[in-house]
Design a protein around this ligand. Structure first.
Ligand code: PGA
Ligand code: ZN
Length: 427
């Protein structure tokens, strides 16, 4: 890669899809190439994620402003990045890591570093005349179109209903192409909405566009999903239209170490058995954050009990952090990792996390956050990494569909890219 010079770096506070402040970052290279990034933000966050720098001034945006993070970007970060040649995105990210100097990006803010990193990737790709996914793709993998995991029903922190599990997704694993996968997702979503309305449920949406019916028990949702898949003319099966769950169990862990689901207190073992029964009765292929991030013993048991049958994805427990993923691999916890760029705070560390997973046979699912912008970076990352899986919310709401629409564009430009899970079902 030939050297590039960063000649301008802008940052400002904009709103995310929940109406909370987030960062917009624009970076310009000598020669004129530019890159933009909109920084995503989670609600159901892991405790070891890169720290978002927020203003804390409660008279404005209830303390959630990001003007200090924007000032870090245009101040100390730009000062470090300007006036010298850079040879790679990895070098820029390394400079951000060193300038920050903390293990959790708390000095500069993970929101600031990830915005600069994403904007740099875009600008450098553009200066090479490459699509972002082409630029991001490591030599070790073959790019592919990922199976979209559409969140159709929301609960937990993302909706105001009584459901403890946070996400109930459908994955058109057996679709012949990206376009047909998107069609399946949208058609099943429409049928589900109609069925729920007919049964008297409210059809308002959760934060990522999933419907938020008045169910309390996971089985009620799973039955409604299977019905909607069937009514829409698709086959509810693990190799056709499969179901994936993100219970986000850290959110319903009790202080005594048990879990609280649908009004019942369950031990970790009982919760694992509940998952086993649900996977017997419904075409579930993947469960993310089935247990809480600090319940490592439970995670080990879950992996022992269900790791051969199901994809078990670590989100809060790994937070896209290569050292935490390394600990999980050594401890035989989970068999897949959720991948969110803002959890670790740079694109390079995200790519390292994915490579570590790939080397050890762990699957990867690229993910949005519940607070999003119209940035479609994750669509590019999912294709680039060849991981074969993405979750970007419901097939509805602008900030969600922009990711799926970008995948449709890439697929139409590059019909040679295969669609579907990576070899071995991603595991
Ligand atoms: P978040 O949730 O973006 O609100 O953290 C997403 C998830 O738990 O996967
Ligand atoms: Zn999650």
């Amino acid at each position: 890669m030939c050297a590039f010079h960063i000649i301008d770096l802008g940052a400002m506070q904009i709103l995310d899809s929940r109406g909370r402040p987030t960062l917009s970052v624009t970076l310009t290279l000598a020669g004129g190439a530019t890159g933009w990034a909109g920084v995503p933000s989670g609600a159901s966050t892991g405790t070891k994620e890169a720290v978002e720098l927020r203003d804390g001034d409660t008279t404005r945006y209830d303390g959630a402003g990001v003007t200090r993070a924007a000032a870090r970007i245009t101040g100390s970060i730009f000062h470090r990045l300007k006036g010298r040649p850079w040879h790679s995105l990895a070098d820029v990210d390394q400079a951000l890591i060193e300038l920050d100097g903390t293990s959790d990006k708390s000095r500069l803010g993970g929101n600031a570093t990830v915005g600069v990193s994403m904007a740099t990737a875009r600008a450098v790709a553009s200066s090479h005349g490459q699509q972002l996914w082409e630029f991001l793709s490591p030599y070790t993998v073959r790019p592919r179109m990922p199976v979209p995991h559409f969140n159709l029903v929301s609960g937990g922190l993302h909706a105001s209903n009584q459901l403890d599990f946070q996400e109930f997704m459908i994955a058109p694993i057996g679709a012949p192409s990206m376009a047909e996968a998107v069609r399946a997702g949208a058609e099943i979503y429409a049928v589900l909405r109609r069925n729920l309305a007919a049964a008297g449920h409210p059809t308002g949406q959760g934060d990522d566009g999933g419907l938020a019916p008045d169910f309390t028990r996971p089985r009620e949702v799973l039955a409604a999903l299977v019905q909607a898949i069937d009514d829409a003319g698709y086959v509810p099966a693990r190799d056709q239209v499969a179901i994936a769950l993100d219970p986000a169990a850290s959110r319903f862990r009790r202080s005594d170490g048990d879990y609280q689901v649908a009004g019942e207190r369950l031990s970790g073992l009982e919760l694992i058995e509940l998952y086993a029964e649900l996977a017997d009765d419904y075409p579930i292929w993947s469960i993310e954050d089935g247990l809480a991030e600090d319940d490592l013993e439970g995670w080990r048991r879950l992996t022992d009990r269900l790791g051969e049958r199901l994809q078990l994805v670590g989100d809060d427990v790994f937070v896209t952090n290569p050292s935490l993923i390394g600990r999980g691999i050594a401890g035989e916890i989970a068999n897949a990792a959720l991948i969110k760029v803002n959890q670790v705070g740079t694109v390079t560390e995200t790519l390292q996390a994915m490579e570590l997973c790939r080397k050890h046979g762990y699957a990867r699912m690229v993910s949005h956050r519940s607070g999003e912008t119209v940035d479609d970076f994750i669509a590019e990352l999912a294709v680039a990494s060849g991981c074969g899986q993405i979750k970007a919310g419901a097939p509805a709401r602008g900030e969600r569909v922009i990711k799926y629409n970008r995948l449709l564009h890439i697929a139409s430009q590059r019909p040679d890219l295969p669609y579907g899970l990576a070899d071995g079902g991603g595991r």
